[in-house]
Design a protein around this ligand. Structure first.
Ligand SMILES: [Zn+2]
Length: 259
C-alpha cells in the first residue's frame, strides 16, 4: 500500500458517499459558492468574467491576466474590469490580493502555490493547477469534466498523499487511511477562514494530533467517499449558467454600477 500509486495499489473504487454529515456540510457549503452567486443576482458580464477566469485556470496554470480578460471578453476598459473583479471579490467568488489587486485565487483554483496540486493526465492542453483546499482539489475534476491526479500532503506529518479520480470516482489512493478534515469556522472569505483548515490527512490519529493546537478546530472528519460527495456537490455545477438574465439581456446597454 505504500508503494508508487498504480494498478497494484488500488484498494477499490470509492464513489461519492452521501452520509448525513456530508449532506449537512454540502448544504452549508452551497450558501458559500454556487448558491451565493445566485442570491447575489450576478450580472451577465460579471458571470462572463467569472466563467472565463475558471475556464482559463487549467489551460494557463494560473488566473488570466487583466489584459487577457479585457481582450477575450471585449470589455471597454481596465476600470470596467476592476469594478467587476471587486464585485466578484465581494461575493467571495474570487479573492483579490490586498496589495497587488491581482487575482490570488478563484475557487477552486489558486494562483499562489498551495500544497494541493491537481494534474490532468488525459487532458493534453491542461497544465497543473493549485487547489485552494482538499475539498477544492477533489471538486476540480467534476467542475472541468476531466480525470485528475491529486498530489498533496498530510497537514500534520507532511507525508505524501496521492489520489486518482477517474470518471467521477476515486480509483486509487495512498495512503490507505487517508481522510479529510473539513473546517466549518468561516468569516468573510473562505480563503482566509475555513480553506486553510480543509486538508488531507494520512490517518484519523493525525487529524486528532493536528487539531490539538488549532485555535478553532470546529469541523468534521470525512472519509474519501464523503469528501468526494461534498466536493462534487459544491463544484459540479459551478461552470453552469448562474445569471438568469444572461440570454435575455445580452443587448441591453450596461448601466454603471453604483454601489
Ligand atoms: Zn500524517
Amino acid at each position: 500500500m505504500r508503494g508508487n500509486l498504480g494498478a497494484t495499489d488500488q484498494t477499490g473504487t470509492i464513489g461519492p458517499k452521501a452520509s448525513e454529515t456530508a449532506r449537512e456540510l454540502l448544504s452549508m457549503a452551497e450558501s458559500m459558492l454556487g448558491g451565493r452567486l445566485s442570491q447575489a443576482g450576478i450580472r451577465p458580464q460579471e458571470e462572463a468574467v467569472r466563467r472565463y477566469i475558471l475556464t482559463q485556470y487549467p489551460l494557463l496554470g494560473r488566473a488570466p491576466s487583466r489584459q487577457e480578460i479585457v481582450a477575450a471578453l471585449g470589455l471597454r476598459s481596465a476600470d470596467e474590469l476592476q469594478r467587476i473583479l471587486e464585485r466578484l471579490h465581494s461575493i467571495d467568488s474570487l479573492y483579490l490580493d490586498n496589495a497587488s489587486q491581482e487575482i490570488r485565487l478563484a475557487y477552486p483554483f489558486s494562483t499562489v502555490p498551495t500544497k494541493h496540486v491537481v494534474r490532468f493526465p488525459d487532458w493534453d492542453e491542461a497544465k497543473p493547477v493549485y487547489a485552494q483546499c482538499a475539498v477544492d482539489a477533489l471538486g476540480i475534476p467534476f467542475m472541468v469534466g476531466h480525470n485528475a491526479s491529486i498530489g498533496s500532503s498530510c497537514a500534520h506529518c507532511g507525508g505524501p498523499i496521492a489520489i486518482e479520480v477517474l470518471d467521477g470516482a476515486i480509483v486509487a489512493y495512498q495512503l490507505a487511511e487517508t481522510v479529510v478534515w473539513v473546517g466549518t469556522s468561516r468569516s468573510d472569505h473562505a480563503a482566509t477562514s475555513c480553506c486553510p483548515t480543509m486538508n488531507f490527512f494520512c490517518s484519523s490519529p493525525h487529524v486528532q494530533a493536528w487539531r490539538q493546537p488549532q485555535p478553532d478546530p470546529t469541523g468534521h472528519e470525512l472519509n474519501l467517499g464523503e469528501a468526494l460527495y461534498l466536493a462534487k456537490g459544491i463544484f459540479e455545477d459551478l461552470l453552469k449558467v448562474h445569471s438568469r438574465t444572461e440570454l435575455s439581456t445580452r443587448t441591453r446597454p450596461q448601466s454603471h454600477d453604483q454601489r
